[in-house]
Design a protein around this ligand. Structure first.
Ligand SMILES: Nc1ncnc2c1ncn2[C@@H]1O[C@H](COP(=O)(O)OP(=O)(O)OP(=O)(O)O)[C@@H](O)[C@H]1O
Ligand SMILES: [Mg+2]
Length: 249
């Protein structure tokens, strides 16, 4: 793997377009995420936040444009998408844990099957990560024996286990009861403090304000407005951004 040149963004999205049939969802997205930074995507339902994250994670093909990870064009179809995807940890709104598998097996599955890490090594690493997310004692539990917040922390552990360069987080607290949101957001705050690079779709404006280095408002397939949280959330310059924030208030 080539190390990113000094000053080069860890992730660089350049001119990305994506349509589903006649619906143009991403219409030329340019967005950079520097190492150790947290960029937050906000925007109305249907504005393309999930599609953009899925495009970066190579779950959707781009129609045009490129996604560069550490300077390498990961949208090049000749590349090994599994290997590139392993450099990113994606967490979804629905935790997508396997209900019939214990927590430890959920966390080790991809490393054992896709990356062929020996079981003992995968489990040692998984236990360390589960400790990290505060669930070291629940490795033998089944997902439905855990709270929603705990399940989401398992999903975050599963994403962290491959030591990703970048975390992609899509509304990871939206399915949680309000009293469980804090424990997941606190974990993300800690990951940021430890230097993790993150691209996050959220409607948790408190989190955005507290953790984001940059907030990007998506509208009509574009980054309609971007800036620091203070700028975009506190003093939006665009009419559409103001309307969106007013509706949330
Ligand atoms: N696989 C698909 N096939 C067809 N249309 C899709 C597909 N995935 C997304 N879309 C459409 O793309 C648009 C953007 O959807 P997307 O899920 O990216 O929005 P979002 O900003 O994440 O919304 P939300 O805030 O509700 O999660 C929507 O109009 C959606 O219906
Ligand atoms: Mg979405």
């Amino acid at each position: 793997m080539t190390a990113a040149a000094a000053g080069e963004p860890l992730l660089s999205i350049r001119g990305v377009r994506k349509a589903f049939g006649a619906t143009v969802v991403l219409d030329g997205i340019d967005l950079d995420v520097d190492a150790h930074r947290c960029v937050v995507l906000i925007g109305a339902s249907g504005s393309g936040k999930s599609t953009l994250l899925r495009t970066v994670d190579l779950l959707e093909e781009v129609d045009d444009g490129v996604v560069l990870l550490e300077g390498e064009d990961i949208t090049d179809p000749r590349r090994d998408a599994d290997a590139d995807r392993a450099r990113m940890g994606m967490v979804f709104q629905a935790y997508n844990l396997f209900p019939h598998m214990r927590v430890l097996d959920n966390v080790t599955l991809a490393s054992r099957l896709v990356h062929r890490v020996p079981r003992a090594e995968a489990e040692e690493r998984a236990r360390a990560i589960l400790d990290r997310v505060g669930l070291g004692s629940r490795a033998s539990a089944f997902p439905d024996e855990l709270s929603g917040g705990q399940q989401q922390r398992v999903a975050i552990a599963r994403a962290l286990v491959s030591s990703p360069r970048l975390m992609l987080l899509d509304e990871v607290t939206s399915a949680l009861d309000p009293e469980l949101v804090g424990e997941v957001l606190d974990l993300l705050v800690e990951l940021k403090a430890e230097g993790m690079t993150m691209l996050v779709a959220t409607h948790e404006m408190g989190f955005a304000r507290h953790v984001a280095d940059e907030v990007c408002f998506l509208h009509a397939g574009r980054v309609h407005e971007r800036g620091t949280p203070d700028q975009v959330l506190g003093d939006p310059q665009q009419q559409r951004t103001r309307e969106f924030l007013r509706r949330l208030a």
